[in-house]
Design a protein around this ligand. Structure first.
Ligand code: 5AD
Ligand code: FES
Length: 347
């Protein structure tokens, strides 16, 4: 087998590598060359720009019971909240003034919000802010629902596949959920015309290197516009409360690998990455990420959107994540842009 640098050079040139080569890169201890080539590739496509998205976590009710997630229905210790349409529009107003041109509405799978309510929220945002993109992240729905949100003006949809291996999927989710339906959703979203984001957790319980290779292979099939990955972090009131966190190094290696395999992609430096290391997001940007998603939710509810323990940006200090992230992006040597931030497929 060739050495790490040779494999890295080949991944960069071919935008692909064999399964065994990918496994070596995912686990590489010395990944200087991987970082360097990923940064160079990102420069070719996006320059120094880092796009920003205002994240509005509008409900922490969820009907599902994913074993890793703190807002799972089975977590009866979790205090629940919902934002009204007016609350959400107030977040957008504030966000617009702060320079956000994309709003991401994210929530648990909460049937309180009917399709027509979601459509009403989306169309109000689009008519109030026609120069902005609306991204939805509401989980698995029927194709007709996705279509109606799209018709109401939604531009993008985020739905991580979480793991592309059937057996592993079964270990992370209750029997009521399936990888098959997850994939159905993702392909429906793409066909409808959304810009689609997918992704997975790094270091989720029982994950193997082969599973991660399957994740990369699935992404090659889906070719999403956005790819979000972050380390698994245990939440104490879940069945996975006793598992280890995912590794920082492995997450950064995967960000760089993704940048080389999918040069055009929008890849966020995630909150989970910032949670496992104080400079995690800066490191993510240097490794090839080009998006940050500061929290725009009202400070009073932020602590309640607790997917995992110790989540950052939930205290009073986080009232203004945008300023904080702007400084962080600058420190990393990049610049935060006020731009709708569409994908650049064309190079
Ligand atoms: N640790 C890290 N990420 C998590 N997510 C959910 N629970 C956790 C956890 N315990 C991620 C999932 C989901 C996204 C919104 O948050 O990948 O898709
Ligand atoms: Fe939220 Fe720094 S980004 S407090």
């Amino acid at each position: 087998m060739d050495d790490i640098n040779t494999i890295t050079d080949r991944l960069s040139a071919d935008r692909d590598a064999s399964d065994d080569e990918l496994k070596i890169l995912i686990d590489a201890e010395k990944s200087d060359r991987l970082r360097e080539l990923a940064a160079r590739r990102r420069m070719e496509y996006y320059g120094l720009d880092v796009y920003t998205r205002g994240l509005i976590e509008f409900t922490n009710y969820c009907k599902n019971n994913c074993l890793y997630c703190g807002i799972r229905a089975g977590n009866s210790d979790q205090k629940r909240y919902r934002l009204s349409k007016d609350d959400i529009l107030a977040c957008c107003r504030e966000g617009y003034e702060l320079g956000f041109r994309t709003f991401v509405l994210q929530g648990g799978e909460d049937l309180y919000y009917t399709d027509s309510m979601i459509c009403g929220i989306v169309s109000s945002i689009k008519s109030g802010y026609p120069d902005c993109a609306v991204t939805l992240s509401l989980g698995e729905k029927e194709r007709e629902s996705y279509q109606s949100f799209f018709d109401a003006g939604a531009d993008r949809y985020l739905l991580r596949h979480e793991t592309a291996d059937e057996e592993h999927y079964g270990k992370l989710h209750p029997e009521s959920m399936s990888l098959k339906n997850r994939k159905r959703c993702l392909f429906d979203l793409k066909e409808i015309g959304y810009q689609v984001g997918s992704g997975f957790m790094v270091g989720s319980p029982y994950q193997t290197l082969d599973n991660l290779v399957s994740d990369l292979r699935f992404l090659q099939e889906l070719m999403p516009d956005m790819i979000g990955i972050g380390p698994f972090i245990p939440h104490e009131n879940t069945p996975f409360g006793g598992f280890e966190r995912g590794s920082l190094k492995r997450t950064l290696n995967l960000i760089s690998i993704l940048r080389l395999m999918f040069p055009y992609a929008l890849i966020p430096a995630t909150t989970a990455l910032g949670t496992i290391h104080p400079l995690g997001r800066e490191m993510g940007i240097k490794a090839g990420a080009n998006v940050v998603m500061p929290n725009l939710s009202p400070v009073g509810v932020r602590k309640l959107y607790s997917l995992y323990d110790d989540k950052i940006c939930t205290g009073e200090e986080a009232a203004e994540c945008r300023g904080c992230l702007e400084r962080r992006v600058q420190t990393a040597g990049y610049r935060l842009t006020v731009d709708i931030g569409n994908v650049k497929r064309g190079l």
